[in-house]
Design a protein around this ligand. Structure first.
Ligand code: C2E
Ligand code: MG
Ligand code: MG
Ligand code: MG
Length: 288
Protein backbone atom coordinates (compact mmCIF):
# COMPACT_ATOMS: atom_id res chain seq x y z
CA UNK A 1 0.00 0.00 0.00
CA UNK A 2 1.30 3.45 -0.83
CA UNK A 3 1.88 5.46 2.29
CA UNK A 4 2.08 9.19 2.30
CA UNK A 5 5.59 10.24 3.31
CA UNK A 6 4.77 13.87 3.73
CA UNK A 7 3.96 16.39 1.05
CA UNK A 8 3.31 14.76 -2.30
CA UNK A 9 5.89 12.03 -1.95
CA UNK A 10 4.87 8.40 -1.64
CA UNK A 11 6.72 5.44 -0.31
CA UNK A 12 5.85 1.97 -1.62
CA UNK A 13 5.24 -0.30 1.33
CA UNK A 14 3.78 -3.22 -0.64
CA UNK A 15 4.62 -3.20 -4.34
CA UNK A 16 2.18 -6.01 -5.13
CA UNK A 17 -0.76 -4.29 -3.48
CA UNK A 18 0.27 -1.18 -5.31
CA UNK A 19 0.29 -2.97 -8.65
CA UNK A 20 -3.17 -4.35 -7.89
CA UNK A 21 -4.41 -0.88 -7.05
CA UNK A 22 -2.98 0.49 -10.29
CA UNK A 23 -4.62 -2.30 -12.29
CA UNK A 24 -7.89 -1.73 -10.50
CA UNK A 25 -7.66 1.97 -11.25
CA UNK A 26 -6.63 1.27 -14.84
CA UNK A 27 -9.49 -1.19 -15.34
CA UNK A 28 -11.99 1.21 -13.80
CA UNK A 29 -11.06 4.07 -16.10
CA UNK A 30 -11.00 1.75 -19.14
CA UNK A 31 -14.53 0.41 -18.55
CA UNK A 32 -16.63 3.03 -20.40
CA UNK A 33 -14.50 2.89 -23.58
CA UNK A 34 -14.49 -0.91 -23.39
CA UNK A 35 -18.27 -0.93 -23.55
CA UNK A 36 -18.23 1.44 -26.55
CA UNK A 37 -15.53 -0.58 -28.31
CA UNK A 38 -17.40 -3.83 -27.81
CA UNK A 39 -14.77 -5.55 -25.64
CA UNK A 40 -17.37 -7.40 -23.57
CA UNK A 41 -18.80 -10.74 -24.59
CA UNK A 42 -21.12 -13.27 -23.05
CA UNK A 43 -20.66 -16.97 -22.38
CA UNK A 44 -23.62 -19.24 -21.74
CA UNK A 45 -23.76 -22.17 -19.35
CA UNK A 46 -26.58 -24.70 -19.72
CA UNK A 47 -29.22 -25.26 -17.06
CA UNK A 48 -30.09 -28.94 -17.02
CA UNK A 49 -33.22 -30.62 -15.68
CA UNK A 50 -32.08 -33.13 -13.06
CA UNK A 51 -35.00 -35.46 -13.71
CA UNK A 52 -34.51 -36.07 -17.43
CA UNK A 53 -31.15 -34.45 -18.21
CA UNK A 54 -32.61 -32.08 -20.79
CA UNK A 55 -31.17 -28.59 -21.36
CA UNK A 56 -33.83 -26.10 -20.25
CA UNK A 57 -31.93 -22.88 -20.69
CA UNK A 58 -28.69 -21.10 -19.91
CA UNK A 59 -27.16 -18.52 -17.63
CA UNK A 60 -25.49 -15.55 -19.31
CA UNK A 61 -22.05 -14.80 -17.85
CA UNK A 62 -20.24 -11.67 -19.02
CA UNK A 63 -16.50 -11.51 -19.79
CA UNK A 64 -14.17 -8.70 -20.81
CA UNK A 65 -11.64 -9.26 -23.58
CA UNK A 66 -9.14 -6.67 -22.42
CA UNK A 67 -6.61 -5.62 -25.09
CA UNK A 68 -3.66 -6.01 -22.67
CA UNK A 69 -4.83 -8.39 -19.94
CA UNK A 70 -6.76 -10.90 -22.05
CA UNK A 71 -10.06 -12.38 -20.91
CA UNK A 72 -11.10 -11.05 -17.49
CA UNK A 73 -13.67 -12.81 -15.32
CA UNK A 74 -16.64 -10.83 -14.00
CA UNK A 75 -15.27 -10.98 -10.45
CA UNK A 76 -12.46 -8.71 -11.66
CA UNK A 77 -14.60 -5.96 -13.17
CA UNK A 78 -18.25 -6.21 -12.05
CA UNK A 79 -17.44 -4.71 -8.62
CA UNK A 80 -15.63 -1.84 -10.40
CA UNK A 81 -18.55 -1.32 -12.76
CA UNK A 82 -20.90 -1.30 -9.77
CA UNK A 83 -18.74 1.27 -8.03
CA UNK A 84 -18.75 3.68 -10.99
CA UNK A 85 -22.33 3.10 -12.09
CA UNK A 86 -21.24 1.65 -15.45
CA UNK A 87 -23.02 -1.53 -14.41
CA UNK A 88 -26.31 0.07 -15.47
CA UNK A 89 -25.47 0.43 -19.19
CA UNK A 90 -23.31 -2.73 -19.10
CA UNK A 91 -26.09 -4.72 -17.45
CA UNK A 92 -28.61 -3.40 -19.97
CA UNK A 93 -26.29 -4.50 -22.77
CA UNK A 94 -25.94 -7.98 -21.24
CA UNK A 95 -29.70 -8.26 -20.88
CA UNK A 96 -30.39 -7.22 -24.47
CA UNK A 97 -27.69 -9.47 -25.92
CA UNK A 98 -28.79 -12.47 -23.88
CA UNK A 99 -32.47 -12.10 -24.65
CA UNK A 100 -31.63 -11.72 -28.37
CA UNK A 101 -29.56 -14.87 -28.10
CA UNK A 102 -32.43 -16.73 -26.45
CA UNK A 103 -34.68 -15.65 -29.30
CA UNK A 104 -32.16 -16.96 -31.84
CA UNK A 105 -31.98 -20.34 -30.07
CA UNK A 106 -35.74 -20.55 -29.88
CA UNK A 107 -36.07 -19.84 -33.61
CA UNK A 108 -33.43 -22.39 -34.58
CA UNK A 109 -34.96 -25.03 -32.33
CA UNK A 110 -38.37 -24.55 -33.88
CA UNK A 111 -40.65 -27.56 -33.37
CA UNK A 112 -38.06 -29.37 -31.25
CA UNK A 113 -39.26 -27.45 -28.19
CA UNK A 114 -40.66 -30.44 -26.35
CA UNK A 115 -39.86 -29.02 -22.92
CA UNK A 116 -40.91 -25.46 -23.76
CA UNK A 117 -38.71 -22.73 -25.21
CA UNK A 118 -35.12 -22.40 -24.02
CA UNK A 119 -34.94 -19.96 -21.15
CA UNK A 120 -32.31 -17.36 -20.35
CA UNK A 121 -30.99 -16.40 -16.91
CA UNK A 122 -29.36 -13.00 -16.50
CA UNK A 123 -27.61 -11.68 -13.38
CA UNK A 124 -28.72 -8.35 -11.97
CA UNK A 125 -26.57 -6.27 -9.66
CA UNK A 126 -28.08 -4.31 -6.74
CA UNK A 127 -27.37 -1.02 -8.59
CA UNK A 128 -29.52 -2.16 -11.49
CA UNK A 129 -32.32 -2.97 -9.06
CA UNK A 130 -32.17 0.53 -7.64
CA UNK A 131 -32.10 2.10 -11.11
CA UNK A 132 -35.54 3.50 -12.07
CA UNK A 133 -35.28 2.34 -15.70
CA UNK A 134 -35.07 -1.38 -14.96
CA UNK A 135 -38.69 -2.37 -15.57
CA UNK A 136 -39.13 -0.28 -18.71
CA UNK A 137 -35.77 -1.41 -20.16
CA UNK A 138 -36.75 -5.02 -19.61
CA UNK A 139 -40.20 -4.54 -21.14
CA UNK A 140 -38.63 -2.80 -24.17
CA UNK A 141 -36.07 -5.55 -24.68
CA UNK A 142 -38.68 -8.31 -24.47
CA UNK A 143 -40.92 -6.45 -26.94
CA UNK A 144 -38.10 -5.71 -29.39
CA UNK A 145 -36.99 -9.33 -29.41
CA UNK A 146 -40.39 -10.99 -29.17
CA UNK A 147 -39.28 -13.18 -26.27
CA UNK A 148 -42.00 -14.16 -23.80
CA UNK A 149 -41.46 -12.80 -20.26
CA UNK A 150 -41.61 -16.31 -18.83
CA UNK A 151 -38.55 -17.31 -20.85
CA UNK A 152 -36.51 -14.77 -18.84
CA UNK A 153 -35.16 -15.28 -15.34
CA UNK A 154 -33.37 -12.48 -13.51
CA UNK A 155 -30.91 -13.59 -10.84
CA UNK A 156 -30.47 -11.41 -7.78
CA UNK A 157 -28.21 -12.39 -4.91
CA UNK A 158 -29.63 -13.09 -1.53
CA UNK A 159 -27.36 -10.42 -0.01
CA UNK A 160 -28.76 -7.79 -2.40
CA UNK A 161 -32.24 -8.42 -1.02
CA UNK A 162 -31.37 -8.75 2.65
CA UNK A 163 -33.17 -5.97 4.38
CA UNK A 164 -34.44 -4.63 1.06
CA UNK A 165 -37.23 -2.13 1.60
CA UNK A 166 -40.38 -2.01 -0.47
CA UNK A 167 -38.97 0.50 -2.96
CA UNK A 168 -36.29 -1.96 -3.96
CA UNK A 169 -38.73 -4.85 -4.19
CA UNK A 170 -41.31 -2.95 -6.24
CA UNK A 171 -39.56 -3.31 -9.63
CA UNK A 172 -39.00 -7.02 -8.95
CA UNK A 173 -42.67 -7.40 -8.10
CA UNK A 174 -43.68 -5.66 -11.33
CA UNK A 175 -41.42 -7.93 -13.35
CA UNK A 176 -42.67 -10.99 -11.53
CA UNK A 177 -46.29 -10.01 -12.22
CA UNK A 178 -45.40 -9.73 -15.92
CA UNK A 179 -44.24 -13.34 -15.81
CA UNK A 180 -40.48 -12.83 -15.52
CA UNK A 181 -38.94 -15.30 -13.06
CA UNK A 182 -36.80 -13.94 -10.26
CA UNK A 183 -34.12 -16.23 -8.82
CA UNK A 184 -32.36 -15.81 -5.52
CA UNK A 185 -28.72 -16.44 -6.45
CA UNK A 186 -26.02 -17.89 -4.16
CA UNK A 187 -28.74 -18.89 -1.72
CA UNK A 188 -27.50 -20.12 1.63
CA UNK A 189 -24.39 -17.96 1.82
CA UNK A 190 -25.99 -14.95 3.44
CA UNK A 191 -28.13 -14.69 6.49
CA UNK A 192 -30.78 -16.86 4.87
CA UNK A 193 -33.76 -15.62 6.70
CA UNK A 194 -36.06 -18.35 5.47
CA UNK A 195 -39.17 -16.58 6.76
CA UNK A 196 -38.14 -13.63 4.63
CA UNK A 197 -38.64 -15.72 1.50
CA UNK A 198 -42.38 -15.27 1.65
CA UNK A 199 -42.00 -11.53 1.35
CA UNK A 200 -39.81 -11.70 -1.74
CA UNK A 201 -41.16 -11.90 -5.30
CA UNK A 202 -38.93 -14.88 -6.00
CA UNK A 203 -39.80 -18.09 -7.86
CA UNK A 204 -36.43 -19.86 -7.97
CA UNK A 205 -33.78 -20.57 -5.34
CA UNK A 206 -30.26 -21.06 -6.64
CA UNK A 207 -28.50 -23.07 -4.00
CA UNK A 208 -24.94 -21.89 -3.55
CA UNK A 209 -21.98 -23.92 -4.79
CA UNK A 210 -20.80 -24.54 -1.23
CA UNK A 211 -23.69 -27.00 -0.74
CA UNK A 212 -22.86 -28.78 -3.97
CA UNK A 213 -19.23 -29.03 -2.86
CA UNK A 214 -20.19 -30.77 0.34
CA UNK A 215 -21.97 -33.46 -1.76
CA UNK A 216 -18.54 -34.30 -3.21
CA UNK A 217 -17.58 -36.64 -0.40
CA UNK A 218 -19.24 -39.98 -0.08
CA UNK A 219 -21.08 -40.32 2.15
CA UNK A 220 -21.87 -36.62 2.20
CA UNK A 221 -21.91 -34.75 5.49
CA UNK A 222 -25.21 -35.83 7.10
CA UNK A 223 -25.86 -32.35 8.45
CA UNK A 224 -25.42 -30.79 4.99
CA UNK A 225 -27.75 -33.43 3.57
CA UNK A 226 -30.37 -32.49 6.14
CA UNK A 227 -29.93 -28.79 5.43
CA UNK A 228 -30.33 -29.21 1.68
CA UNK A 229 -33.29 -31.53 2.21
CA UNK A 230 -34.88 -28.92 4.45
CA UNK A 231 -34.26 -26.05 2.05
CA UNK A 232 -35.68 -28.05 -0.86
CA UNK A 233 -38.80 -29.04 1.02
CA UNK A 234 -39.40 -25.50 2.25
CA UNK A 235 -38.78 -24.10 -1.24
CA UNK A 236 -41.20 -26.55 -2.81
CA UNK A 237 -43.85 -25.88 -0.20
CA UNK A 238 -43.56 -22.18 -1.11
CA UNK A 239 -43.82 -23.08 -4.83
CA UNK A 240 -40.22 -22.21 -5.54
CA UNK A 241 -38.05 -24.24 -7.91
CA UNK A 242 -34.56 -25.20 -6.75
CA UNK A 243 -31.51 -24.87 -9.00
CA UNK A 244 -28.08 -26.00 -7.87
CA UNK A 245 -24.86 -24.44 -9.10
CA UNK A 246 -21.33 -25.79 -9.31
CA UNK A 247 -22.15 -29.43 -10.08
CA UNK A 248 -18.80 -30.93 -11.08
CA UNK A 249 -19.41 -34.70 -10.78
CA UNK A 250 -22.09 -37.23 -11.61
CA UNK A 251 -22.20 -38.28 -7.95
CA UNK A 252 -23.11 -34.74 -6.91
CA UNK A 253 -25.78 -34.56 -9.58
CA UNK A 254 -27.28 -37.86 -8.42
CA UNK A 255 -27.25 -36.87 -4.76
CA UNK A 256 -28.89 -33.51 -5.51
CA UNK A 257 -31.49 -35.18 -7.72
CA UNK A 258 -32.36 -37.58 -4.90
CA UNK A 259 -32.64 -34.61 -2.53
CA UNK A 260 -35.30 -33.19 -4.85
CA UNK A 261 -33.46 -30.34 -6.59
CA UNK A 262 -35.04 -29.45 -9.93
CA UNK A 263 -32.32 -28.01 -12.14
CA UNK A 264 -28.53 -28.07 -12.14
CA UNK A 265 -25.67 -26.14 -13.60
CA UNK A 266 -21.96 -26.90 -13.54
CA UNK A 267 -18.85 -28.17 -15.24
CA UNK A 268 -20.17 -31.74 -15.10
CA UNK A 269 -22.63 -30.73 -17.82
CA UNK A 270 -20.70 -27.95 -19.52
CA UNK A 271 -18.48 -25.00 -18.80
CA UNK A 272 -19.73 -21.58 -19.86
CA UNK A 273 -19.14 -21.26 -23.61
CA UNK A 274 -20.12 -19.55 -26.84
CA UNK A 275 -23.79 -19.49 -27.87
CA UNK A 276 -23.29 -22.06 -30.67
CA UNK A 277 -22.19 -24.60 -28.09
CA UNK A 278 -25.40 -24.16 -26.10
CA UNK A 279 -27.40 -24.51 -29.26
CA UNK A 280 -25.67 -27.81 -30.09
CA UNK A 281 -26.19 -29.18 -26.57
CA UNK A 282 -29.85 -28.22 -26.53
CA UNK A 283 -30.52 -29.49 -30.03
CA UNK A 284 -28.85 -32.86 -29.53
CA UNK A 285 -30.81 -33.16 -26.34
CA UNK A 286 -34.14 -32.22 -27.92
CA UNK A 287 -33.85 -34.58 -30.86
CA UNK A 288 -32.56 -37.45 -28.76
P1 C2E B 1 -22.94 -16.59 -10.36
O1 C2E B 1 -24.11 -15.85 -10.93
O2 C2E B 1 -23.17 -17.32 -9.09
O3 C2E B 1 -22.47 -17.56 -11.54
C1 C2E B 1 -21.95 -18.84 -11.35
C2 C2E B 1 -20.43 -18.83 -11.39
O4 C2E B 1 -19.98 -20.16 -11.12
C3 C2E B 1 -19.85 -18.46 -12.75
O5 C2E B 1 -18.62 -17.81 -12.53
C4 C2E B 1 -19.60 -19.83 -13.38
O6 C2E B 1 -18.64 -19.80 -14.40
C5 C2E B 1 -19.14 -20.60 -12.17
N1 C2E B 1 -19.34 -22.04 -12.32
C6 C2E B 1 -20.28 -22.68 -13.03
N2 C2E B 1 -20.20 -24.02 -12.90
C7 C2E B 1 -19.16 -24.24 -12.06
C8 C2E B 1 -18.58 -25.44 -11.52
O7 C2E B 1 -19.00 -26.57 -11.78
N3 C2E B 1 -17.51 -25.29 -10.69
C9 C2E B 1 -17.02 -24.05 -10.37
N4 C2E B 1 -15.96 -23.99 -9.57
N5 C2E B 1 -17.55 -22.91 -10.85
C10 C2E B 1 -18.62 -23.00 -11.68
P2 C2E B 1 -18.20 -16.50 -13.36
O8 C2E B 1 -18.61 -16.66 -14.79
O9 C2E B 1 -16.77 -16.21 -13.08
O10 C2E B 1 -19.11 -15.38 -12.72
C11 C2E B 1 -18.91 -14.97 -11.39
C12 C2E B 1 -20.00 -14.07 -10.92
O11 C2E B 1 -20.01 -12.84 -11.62
C13 C2E B 1 -21.40 -14.63 -11.14
O12 C2E B 1 -21.70 -15.59 -10.14
C14 C2E B 1 -22.24 -13.36 -11.04
O13 C2E B 1 -22.49 -13.04 -9.70
C15 C2E B 1 -21.31 -12.33 -11.63
N6 C2E B 1 -21.73 -12.03 -13.01
C16 C2E B 1 -21.46 -12.70 -14.16
N7 C2E B 1 -22.05 -12.11 -15.22
C17 C2E B 1 -22.72 -11.03 -14.73
C18 C2E B 1 -23.53 -9.99 -15.33
O14 C2E B 1 -23.80 -9.95 -16.54
N8 C2E B 1 -24.02 -9.03 -14.48
C19 C2E B 1 -23.78 -9.05 -13.13
N9 C2E B 1 -24.30 -8.08 -12.37
N10 C2E B 1 -23.03 -10.01 -12.54
C20 C2E B 1 -22.51 -10.98 -13.33
MG1 MG C 1 -26.01 -16.15 -11.29
MG1 MG D 1 -24.88 -18.22 -8.50
MG1 MG E 1 -22.22 -18.07 -7.21
Amino acid sequence: RAKSAGGNRFELADPEADARAITRHGLTTALPAALERGEFFIEYQPLVHLGDGSVRGAEALVRWLHPQHGVLSPDRFIPLAEHTGLIVPLGRWVLEQSVRQARAWQERRGGADVAGPLRINVNLSPCQLAHPGLVQDTVDILERTGVEPDALCLEVTESALIGADDDLLKPLRRLSEMGVDIALDDFGTGYSNLANLRRLPVSVLKLDRSFTQSMQQFPADPVDLKIVEGIVSLAHSLDLAVTVEGVETGAQAEQLRILGCDTAQGWYYARPGPPERLHELALVDATG
